[in-house]
Design a protein around this ligand. Structure first.
Ligand SMILES: CC(C)(COP(=O)(O)OP(=O)(O)OC[C@H]1O[C@@H](n2cnc3c(N)ncnc32)[C@H](O)[C@@H]1OP(=O)(O)O)[C@@H](O)C(=O)NCCC(=O)NCCS
Length: 145
């Protein structure tokens, strides 16, 4: 991989929404983005070798500090996809998760794969549901009028 990037652990709500928009994901008010970022662990890959570069990759993890973890967003900007940055993000997030394990601890790490992206996550040990032991993952959106 030959992309120059710098890892930071923060992103602004505006940058976050721009990344969502770039990959065609739904938008919501900036205050919702701000609250989500504040309550998440963030890995932001920035273009070039300085911390002020444009975001080109994002990983976001939510943890209740018990056993429940949720990978909320893995995004690589379209022009940078297919160059290993998604793998960099997943390896950073998974290394962090492993570092939090104490003797006897277990974490259940969940995510909702975007359509057609399950094979990407399977490379990192995630299983697709349903299978012989698990029902399907489920979700529901609630929206104000
Ligand atoms: C999914 C996404 C994060 C992958 O990022 P990327 O930088 O293109 O992925 P990488 O180049 O690091 O690829 C890592 C590995 O996953 C594989 N891979 C990448 N995209 C894949 C896909 N859509 N389906 C299956 N495998 C995929 C690559 O072949 C590579 O395999 P290898 O390491 O064994 O050679 C990126 O395409 C993206 O941001 N998409 C839009 C947002 C999105 O849908 N995110 C996932 C939401 S749940």
């Amino acid at each position: 991989m030959s992309v120059d990037y710098t890892i930071t652990y923060n992103i602004t709500p505006e940058e976050y929404m721009a990344m969502r928009e770039a990959v065609g994901w739904g938008l919501f008010p900036l205050e919702q983005a701000e609250a989500g970022i504040k309550n998440s662990y963030i890995w932001c890959l920035r273009e070039g070798e300085c911390i002020g570069g444009r975001p080109i990759g994002l990983g976001r993890l939510i943890w209740d500090h018990g056993y429940v973890m949720y990978i909320a967003d893995i995004i690589v900007m379209p022009e940078y996809q297919g160059q290993g940055l998604g793998r960099v993000l997943m390896e950073e997030v998974l290394a962090f998760i492993r570092e939090q394990l104490k003797p006897g601890y277990r974490f259940m790490v969940s995510l909702q794969s975007a359509k057609g992206k399950n094979t990407f996550y399977e490379k990192f040990g995630f299983i697709s549901r349903p299978d012989e032991n698990h029902g399907p993952g489920m979700h529901q959106w609630f929206s104000a009028e």
